[in-house]
Design a protein around this ligand. Structure first.
Ligand code: GLP
Length: 242
């Protein structure tokens, strides 16, 4: 894995945006896997600035989100669908039909296989951008998730749910499940770019980069992938040995 350490979170996000822009310059119809969370917001805003300035053209890109919460309507501002409209589709001026998220209503098993089929029909992921949960999750692949998992219904870990309390007001209101791309789905991407910023991520970043791969750290599955960039700020890299 290529490890890139930038001085600040802002610089790390610009670096990740450059990786995405380079992918789309090479393949204007690229298929991107995209995360939600706090980490990627500056990346999306940087790309929107570049799009407005004519430096990049993401109009032909198709994207598939890593995950969506079960029981949260796509019109609810706390849904990942709403997040993507706010931080991606609208600021970049994209056609909403190019932006895909897993369905989380109705028959969830069917929704999972439909998502895999749609991804395959689109030609697979050229690049997946990943955030990192403090317990090592990527998407909503919590510790213990099988590495050969496809898109599936996942139960959220207690700590993952606690991290969502701010958005939902109370722990009781936080969804218990999500539909997420599986680790196999993520690892099928031709290139993976994981971004972690801030001191809260330092311990899990050290485990990810300095320990052998383990089911307990889902992101460590990336160690088996040939084209991975891990982009960090100085705080997230603070406890690394090298
Ligand atoms: C969430 C998402 C992940 C995200 C992670 C980290 O649970 N499902 O895709 O990467 O948490 O979030 P943040 O970037 O806010 O730290």
């Amino acid at each position: 894995m290529d490890v890139i350490v930038e001085a600040s979170a802002a610089a790390a996000c610009v670096r990740a945006a450059e990786e995405m822009a380079a992918c789309v310059r090479g393949t204007p119809t690229a298929v991107l896997g995209l995360p939600t969370g706090r980490t990627p917001i500056p990346i999306y805003h940087t790309l929107a600035d570049w799009q407005r300035a004519g430096r990049i053209d993401f109009r032909h890109v198709r994207s598939f989100n890593l995950d969506e919460l079960v029981g949260v309507d796509s019109n609810d501002p706390r849904s990942y669908a709403a997040y993507m409209a706010r931080h991606w589709t609208i600021p970049l001026g994209l056609n909403a039909s190019h932006v895909h998220l897993p369905q989380t209503t109705g028959d969830l098993e069917r929704a999972c296989s439909a998502y895999e089929e749609a991804l395959e029909a689109a030609g697979g992921l050229d690049l997946v951008l990943l955030g990192l949960g403090e317990n090592g999750h990527i998407g909503f692949n919590e510790p213990g998730t099988a590495w050969d998992s496809g898109t599936h219904v996942a139960s959220l870990a207690a700590g993952t749910r606690r991290a969502l309390v701010e958005a939902f007001g109370s722990l009781d209101a936080v969804p218990r499940q999500a539909v997420t791309m599986g680790l196999r789905t993520i690892l099928s991407a031709r290139r993976c770019v994981l971004v972690a910023t801030g001191a809260r991520k330092a311990a899990i970043v050290a485990r990810l980069l300095e320990q052998p791969p383990t089911l307990e750290v889902p992101a460590s599955a990336l160690q088996t992938h040939p084209h991975v960039a891990v982009v960090l700020d100085a705080e997230a890299a603070a406890t690394l040995q090298r």
